[in-house]
Design a binder for this molecule. Structure first.
Ligand code: CAA
Length: 389
């Protein structure tokens, strides 16, 4: 049974999925292991993804995007991540954390200048919330922006910024009024070519190694008032609202990794023989496959459901926080479960760099951590259900 039997797609959605699948399998899958090994940023294929319209799938055409819906976005991202999660990380940040945030909270001038550049694939975007001493507790950042005439002067250090080493523009969150804590955070759009901006240490990562991640530093960096996203003090809510969209992207990434690990396992189990039989004939293996398949299909429904909730929010204005957190929590834990079982089914070959299974295992782990750990997703879901703090 294929996934489309469980979730019928429109002709348009089937087409975007097939286009992304063809591109990912032809252009990305063959180079994934090499770039994972070297940790080099795959500029050439990322550029091609931009040309294909994958960097701004939901962005209206007037701002340089493909003008499609959220389901189209997750279907394409799932296919890219099935070939290589690192490429998917760059795509997810550009679409969800950069373009979505500016489309939702930015001015017309912001959309024309910054969204167009990223959605069209000319430049790479990033999103910077985390600091060395502020991760899950996102409201406790130490970096500062102080108003000075028509600009703000920024100082501080941000960490774990996906795509920072290659980004032209960054949506950045920093304190303008520390005494107000979360309500003192403000969002800005940063041009990385301006003086006072520099890149710090690159993160040596377990997985998604071809995506570039580093610290960024601000030393008396001057950002014009017109680059402020929203009003002073609105930054925390903007950060959280944007992460709701980002978490659907990470859930799609997790789904793609899980599918790749499952398909490799299915093929191995129906091919490899031991004790005079295909190993898939043994219950120890076949029950693993059944659990993997079941969790993947459940994750798929949650991811597509979250995508549709986000799509509805464009006209209703309703939040889709709950759907996004549920999808991310379940899909990321599914990716880890499936990748873990995939290594086990492959035995020694699952532990070898000759097959991509060990890469799926390493890549799956990040989906339980970034854009809100599984613990944070449980906290969000529980608070929304109970109404308690
Ligand atoms: N949308 C809009 N508003 C929201 C919101 C959302 N999703 N979530 C919270 N808010 C609002 C609340 O309504 C509240 O508003 P009021 O003050 O008006 O009541 C305000 O924000 C504060 O909310 P909380 O009191 O719930 O805040 P909290 O301090 O308890 O924190 C949290 C909540 C869920 C723990 C949050 O801090 C969180 O999600 N932390 C995880 C951060 C995270 O995901 N970091 C990853 C960074 S990105 C990354 O990984 C790197 C990369 O490059 C990919």
């Amino acid at each position: 049974m294929t996934s489309s039997d469980l979730f019928p797609l429109s002709a348009e959605h089937e087409m975007i999925r097939q286009t992304a699948r063809d591109f990912a399998q032809k252009e990305i899958a063959p180079i994934a292991a090499e770039f994972d090994e070297s940790g080099e940023f795959p500029s050439r294929t990322v550029k091609k993804m931009g040309e294909m319209g994958f960097m701004g799938i939901e962005v209206p055409e007037e701002y340089g995007g493909a003008g499609m819906d959220t389901l189209a976005y997750v279907l394409a991202l799932e296919e890219i991540c099935k070939a290589d999660a690192a490429h998917g990380t760059v795509m997810s940040v550009n679409n969800s954390l950069f373009c979505y945030g500016i489309l939702k909270y930015g001015t017309e001038a912001h959309k024309q200048k910054y969204v167009r550049a990223i959605a069209s694939g000319e430049e790479i975007g990033a999103y910077s919330l985390t600091e060395p001493m502020s991760g899950s507790d996102a409201g406790t950042m130490r970096s500062r922006a102080v108003r000075d005439g028509d600009s703000y002067i920024l100082n501080g250090r941000k960490s774990w910024v996906t795509s920072a080493p290659v980004a032209k523009y960054i949506v950045l969150f920093t304190m303008t009024a520390p005494e107000k804590k979360q309500k003192g955070i403000t969002a800005f759009i940063i041009d990385t070519d301006k003086p006072g901006f520099s890149r710090g240490k690159k993160e040596p990562k377990l997985g998604i190694r071809a995506s570039a991640t580093s610290e960024i530093l601000f030393e008396d960096y001057r950002v014009p008032v017109e680059n402020r996203l929203g009003e002073e003090g609105e930054g925390f809510k903007i950060a959280m609202g944007v992460l709701d969209a980002g978490r659907i992207g990470i859930a799609s990434q997790a789904l793609g990794i899980a599918e790749a690990a499952y398909e490799a396992s299915l093929s191995y189990a129906t091919d490899r023989e031991a004790f005079g039989a295909k190993i898939g004939e043994f219950q120890g293996i076949s029950f693993k496959l059944a659990d993997m398949k079941t969790r993947i299909e459940a994750a798929r429904l949650l991811v597509y459901n979250a995508a549709m909730a986000k799509e509805r929010s464009k006209s209703s204005g309703e939040r889709f926080t709950l759907e996004a957190s549920i999808a991310k929590l379940f899909a990321s834990e599914t990716a880890m479960f499936v990748a873990h079982a995939a290594v086990q089914i492959h035995g020694g070959m699952g532990y070898s760099k000759e097959l991509p299974v060990e890469r799926y295992f390493r890549d799956a782990k990040i989906t339980e951590i970034y854009e809100g750990t599984s613990e944070i997703q449980r906290l969000v879901i529980a608070r929304m259900e109970t109404g308690l703090r």
